[in-house]
Design a protein around this ligand. Sequence first.
Ligand code: GH3
Ligand code: MG
Ligand code: MG
Length: 470
Amino acid sequence: MKKHFTKSISQDLFFRMVGFGIGMGIIFPFFTYFLLDIPTHKVFSPLFFSLCIAAGIAVGLCNYYLFKMVVDIYLKRIQSKLTAFRQNLENIFWKDGNDFDPEKYYLEVDSADTIGAITQEYNIFMTTFYRLLKAERKTANFLERLQQKVKMKAMAETIVEVFKEYFGADGGCLYSLESGRLRQINNCHLMIDNEALDQDYCYDIIKRGEMVVFEDIDNLPVRFNIGIGSLKPNAIAYMPLIYQSRPVGLCILSTNKKFKANFFSLESRNLINQAAPFLHNSILMKKLEVLAAVDELTCLLNRRYGMKRLNEEYERAKRHQLPLAVTMIDIDNFKQLNDTYGHQAGDEILKEFSGIIVEEIRVTEFALRYGGEEFMIVIPGASAINCHRVIERLRRKVESLHVQFQQHKLNVTFSAGIAVYPGENITDQTQLVNATDIALYQAKNRGKNQIVIYSSTSAPATLKSQPNTQ
Ligand code: GH3
Ligand code: MG
Ligand code: MG
């Protein structure tokens, strides 16, 4: 159905009003004739008709201009704000402009009719748009910051910082879920009872993937760390981080007052969802790093990563002027064992042997597979004598080891060379490693199954190993 006959509503109105005036001008003479009893020749004269039609047209025109004056002003006001708003949006999207002050585009609602309602709707639309834009900017900024963080710790710090600010929290903590267990990767001002956190409800929250907010509850496992003690928070929130329907971590936020933002709004969920893939990627990256660093057969560090760690330890020892003891180990007559019992038997020995090394060293110490049947053990802070004590214990243990392979009971021994930085002729890392090699070579030459401490003199100090009496 055609709603108007010209191209513009106001032209339509103009024609309707003038048409209505003409109609009234035509009807008016009849109206005067019947009601006012004026003589026919006066009423139905062309002059009276013309006057009435002219008056009708005049009223129609007046009405039209009155409408223009009253209503059009409001419509124009709305139109100019919409134009300015649209121009600003174009500026934001195409020219990366930033300034968007909703106050500038706000329209006062001063009429209780459709025009008032339209004005009100415009205001709501504009402020909603502003909020969405702000949220989008915040998320984009968050993403940009996360993309710059390659390391898990730095990324976790950014996530906690942004969440804290957004939700108005005083403290926060981020956990990654690795092999089904929560591992803390960042903690900002919180004291968390890990035993309480380990309880099933925490894992339930993560499994369900739903945010939970606790308010005014005693016995919360979370408190604020204020240096000299701790304070009970007013509210805490558990926010599971979900990536592709699978939990990858948990963020705990707490506040002394009330949280600023609603955790369940679309905006909040979007923000939280942005963090999850980054956490997931860094967990994967860490796994890859571990895979790349570990020797497949023995599960010890491989040579490349082991030497990198040795370098770190060397730099630390140099900086703090502390000793660094390194031992090179080589299994005795391993070729013969391989030749007699097969390569698989040799592999079993290597696995068992590495297991014993891991049992014997502490967390601050480390071992690496230097090559085939050669291993290196690094003991930061140890003197040659202390290092010898550790390696001698290991030597005895290996000597008494019997590895069951098929119907055979296999046993092996090893020779080892120890060198300590700093020492005579040992002023850098290369010299340190070379010295262990020289000492190992001497241990082999002296009959194997023994440990030699490197000495710069031609006859190196040999600490005699006691034969195992077991
Ligand atoms: P020595 O007492 O002088 O060290 O004699 P050795 O036989 O142990 O020394 P050699 O260097 O001649 O032989 C090392 C052998 O280690 C040779 C190689 O077959 C074996 N080997 C190296 N890597 C592996 C491995 O991953 N698995 C097995 N089964 N054997 C390996
Ligand atoms: Mg060898
Ligand atoms: Mg060997």
